[in-house]
Unconditional design. Structure first.
Length: 77
């Protein structure tokens, strides 16, 4: 089996988008979002398993009443 070099590993990580996803995940958590990364879900058309890179939901006060909130949702397929 061929051993993967450090340079090849670095190149693969940079091309994969993983580092960007991780930064976005950290940023959203700092902003008090609930975040799930790399969650699988069934594709309703094909039945195959798909993956969301990031699912995040926040809660923002939207008015004077106790229940006045909006819930922004971010989905990154």
């Amino acid at each position: 089996m061929k051993k993967i070099s450090l340079e090849e590993t670095k190149d693969a990580l940079l091309r994969s988008g993983y580092l960007l996803e991780h930064r976005i995940e950290d940023l959203l958590r700092q902003k008090a979002y609930y975040v799930e990364a790399n969650e699988a879900y069934p594709d309703p058309e094909s039945g195959k398993s798909r993956e969301l890179d990031i699912y995040a939901i926040g809660a923002l006060k939207a008015g004077p009443e106790e229940r006045d909130y909006i819930f922004p949702v971010l989905l990154v397929p």
